[in-house]
Design a protein around this ligand. Structure first.
Ligand code: ATP
Ligand code: MG
Length: 399
């Protein structure tokens, strides 16, 4: 079946809905491979728009903007899951869109996402769908304490509340606007991991190695990837589950599947992202094919080859907080730093195997993803030693 797809060769123009950092890093790779890129994002200063051949800054649902994108491109993808489904559907009428709107729609809705996991036979956290006051009243007590999550539009821990009691649950639902939610039982997490798979329109599928992730305040902070980062049996289970999730969606494109690892080493799927993912950024420097190249290849119907991890890697997320923290040498007795100051990149880059990625965002804000630092080394221990030194320089808490 793969032979019937005619690849879009370099020289073609590939487009993306959304101009954030994921779009920017995708554009860099597409351009390296000889493609032109086009970005549709309402923000004139969007990180991807700034580096693309074409930047259409209209609203995602603007008919003229979408038409322009469809005219300049030969294929389109998305870089954020909350892109209006209608925008993807309009584009799909005239050119290949990956992932398909049907798959993005599942990722956009936690209730549908959970139902999909159940269909795939992949374990999920005990949960209840709460669309109405009646469903709220009917919630089983065994789900408490739990996390109440809006079904739609959540990211980086936003749209979530921890609720310990029935009263907190009731108040929490109102606080979230009485919108459709999913209540998940709070699970005792031993660790978290994720898997990125890429699936071509012809059904060919490859995966990146399992990523071990550390979250802080609901935001990814550290990703560690090396052989043995999670027990082998668990890693195989996660890869098999991620592939099943993609397969069952007839998915085309790059998909990230996030998992919880419980104390008894059992695996529970958390959620999916229909795009490259923050936890896959290490692949830029530690794999022979990065998640962004996989995205380009799936869009262009190019062959997918199994990526190889050539170096143990650690990724540190660089949040805007770091721009407001006194560095190691300035800590002694100084006032909390309220002015934006550039972190000491020169010190970090003096460490071996550090790869700095900044997204070109002018304004640093607390919690805002400004960039990431990949650390590669010959051994996991060496990568960790450098990562801890870099963290200390930047003001990231040790892990
Ligand atoms: P993102 O899209 O940025 O990954 P999100 O806002 O969609 O994040 P989740 O992935 O649902 O949020 O949750 C964020 C983090 O909160 C998880 O990575 C995990 O650390 C914690 N968490 C979420 N659900 C549970 C749960 N049921 N039990 C324990 N911890 C949880
Ligand atoms: Mg998540």
């Amino acid at each position: 079946m793969s032979q019937t797809l005619k690849p879009l060769l370099p020289g073609s123009t590939l487009g993306v809905l959304g101009g954030g950092q994921l779009g920017r890093m995708w554009a860099h790779v597409a351009q390296r491979m000889g493609y032109n890129t086009a970005v549709l994002d309402p923000d004139a200063q969007s990180p991807a728009g700034l580096v693309s051949h074409h930047h259409i800054h209209t609203d995602y649902l603007d008919a003229a903007g979408l038409k322009q994108l469809a005219t300049v491109c030969q294929a389109v993808t998305t870089e954020f899951e909350n892109v209006p489904a209608d925008a993807l559907a309009q584009l799909a009428a005239t050119l290949p869109v990956s992932p398909a709107v049907s798959a993005v729609a599942v990722a956009q809705d936690r209730a549908r996402e959970k139902a999909h996991f159940v269909t795939c036979g992949v374990p999920v956290a005990p949960h209840a769908v709460i669309d109405t006051a009646e469903q709220l009243a009917a919630v089983n007590d065994h789900l408490l304490p739990g996390i109440l999550k809006t079904s739609r539009m959540g990211y980086d821990g936003k749209g979530q509340l921890r609720v310990a009691t029935r009263d907190e649950l009731n108040a929490g639902w109102v606080k979230l606007g009485s919108v459709p939610c999913v209540l998940e039982k709070m699970l005792p997490l031993a660790s978290e991991c994720s898997v990125i798979v890429a699936r071509g329109r012809d059904g060919a599928m490859v995966n990146l190695p399992v990523q071990r992730n550390l979250h802080r305040d609901g935001i990814l902070a550290v990703t560690e990837v090396f052989t043995g980062n999670v027990p082998e049996a668990l890693a195989n289970q996660a890869i098999t589950a991620a592939k099943a999730v993609a397969q069952e969606l007839s998915y085309a494109g790059v998909l990230c599947v996030e998992f919880f690892v419980l104390a008894d080493n059992s695996l529970v799927v958390n959620e999916i992202a229909p795009r490259p993912h923050n936890s896959g950024h290490y692949s830029q420097d530690a794999c022979d094919v990065s998640q962004f190249e996989l995205q380009v290849r799936t869009m262009a119907d190019l062959p997918l080859t199994q990526p190889r991890l050539h170096s143990p890697a650690i990724m540190l997320n660089l949040l805007g907080d770091l721009w407001f923290k006194p560095s190691e040498s300035e800590k002694s007795g100084s006032e909390p730093n309220s002015l934006q100051t550039e972190p000491a990149w020169q010190k970090v880059l003096a460490l071996p195997g550090t790869h700095l990625h900044l997204y070109g965002k002018v304004e640093a804000r607390v919690g805002r993803k400004m960039g990431h630092l990949n650390i590669t080394a010959a051994t996991p221990e060496a990568a960790r030693a450098v990562a801890l030194q870099a963290a200390a320089i930047l003001g990231i808490a040790p892990f």
